[in-house]
Design a protein around this ligand. Sequence first.
Ligand SMILES: Cc1cc2nc3c(=O)[nH]c(=O)nc-3n(C[C@H](O)[C@H](O)[C@H](O)COP(=O)(O)OP(=O)(O)OC[C@H]3O[C@@H](n4cnc5c(N)ncnc54)[C@H](O)[C@@H]3O)c2cc1C
Ligand code: FES
Length: 509
Amino acid sequence: MADPPASSRDLTAGISARSLSSGATLLGRVGDKEVVLARAGDRFFAFGAHCTHYHGPLAEGLIVGDTIRCPWHHACFRLDTGEVVRAPALDPIPCWRVERQGDMVFVREKIESKSRPAASDSRQHPSSIVIVGGGAAGLSAANTLRAEGYEGPVTMISADHDPPVDRPNLSKDFLAGEAQDDWLPLWPSDLYAERHVKLVLNANVSSIDTTARTVSLENGSHREYGALLIATGADPVRLPIPGATDKHVHYLRSWADSRAIIERAKGASRVVVVGASFIGLEVAASLRTRDIAVDVVAPDHLPLERIMGAELGRFVKSIHESHGVVFHLGETVKSVSGRTVTLSGGSTLDADLLVIGVGVKPSVALAERAGLAMDRGILVNEFLETSAPGVFAAGDTARWPDPHTGDRIRVEHFVVAERMGRVAARNMLGRRERFDAVPYFWSQHYDVTIRYVGHAEKWDRVQVDGSLDARDASVSFMRGGQRLACATVSRDRENLQAEVELEGALAHR
Ligand SMILES: Cc1cc2nc3c(=O)[nH]c(=O)nc-3n(C[C@H](O)[C@H](O)[C@H](O)COP(=O)(O)OP(=O)(O)OC[C@H]3O[C@@H](n4cnc5c(N)ncnc54)[C@H](O)[C@@H]3O)c2cc1C
Ligand code: FES
């Protein structure tokens, strides 16, 4: 008799242990729940089949030691407790008890999640914690503080109008009209009160007194802190274009920005995207989904070439062209007059609006004014501490000593920001944990997702395995014979394996 389809396999009925090799996973069911049975060495674990970030398929993930890593954005969970070890997931996965009888393995009842005791010595905890910034790093820090048992007051102050949201979605499904509003918030609105995190929105912190340990807000109020996290992110680079008014020009950083573009796009038939950056191109893809004609104007020879090399640049360009995007490369926008956009080469384009995506700069004015050590971003040590005692920085704004490259680096990746927020929070509680994550980001263009792990600012060789045209490839960025980074298309597990390999390279150094 043929085996039942994997997801309908009843894991409570028992599986032969020999049928599952170490590192293998099996998708099945317990009652009406999809559950994965996994083997790590001689031990067996059963856990929920879907990642708590975006429901990634954990059966297709990678077992590493006592953890499972999600194939989509590399969240990592403990196999025995389901606890989150690494962002971008914020919530644990459910687990089931597994029993072995001879050669048979049975999945039994669900393990009730226990509220964990404080994991760190509360005598080392600061009296209060203030987080400046309501983004990925800030929210992840707040989430971690409560998950680690911190009981003191936590205040998050954000210049945004909205609570922390899934910023990457703003240029993707949300802008394309394919995500509901309730996909966006990183925490449901009632969780702030439930976890006693005071969220102050529409509020700009104007100064920090690192001696008195206070922050001042633009509205004249002050707050004391025992420990402070600066997670102010980055701001879009503004491009002065003669003739362009605020009515024409849009930038994209916040949920409000994305909603404003959607509103303007409703009556639009043509859009000019300035900049062939990740955000510019994702905006182009989302607007094409809305059937709006898109011209992309950028000074580069190929999109994304500086970050991902010529091969991937050509690939991304061809995907967009096959969806009707017209590129004007080697050009800039000279001026705008009404609906007419004049390019540096003299040609003109029609546009109802322009979306400018020409990169971001770290939001550092506050830290500079506070006299913190800077280096094209806020300088932090391996524990994410700034030059002022009790002040940490995380996310797009922070430059840290990366043990993998040996350089001080600053990146603009969502997963990295969340991971930094988590490590900074643990270190505020006295953990002294080094931040040594291998950077990871992804970018989505229509139905193609590129996953990139590692960090390569310069390379001497690019090695393509497979075929980008067939949308099945991994691209390695090499320097001196060593792989620095790896980008994959349709090879999610390989991307996870590259992450483990890059981590291993550090362990052997
Ligand atoms: C449209 C878009 C798409 C993206 N797509 C991807 C992707 O696909 N993959 C990926 O890896 N990354 C992506 N990113 C990048 C990713 O979102 C960022 O790396 C991440 O959000 C950085 O988190 P952060 O916490 O450092 O900063 P942010 O999330 O930007 O948060 C910064 C916060 O600080 C606040 N703030 C700043 N100054 C002050 C002040 N003085 N007082 C009070 N509050 C202040 C801001 O209001 C904001 O709330 C995307 C970014 C955007 C904008
Ligand atoms: S869906 Fe698992 S990390 Fe995003």
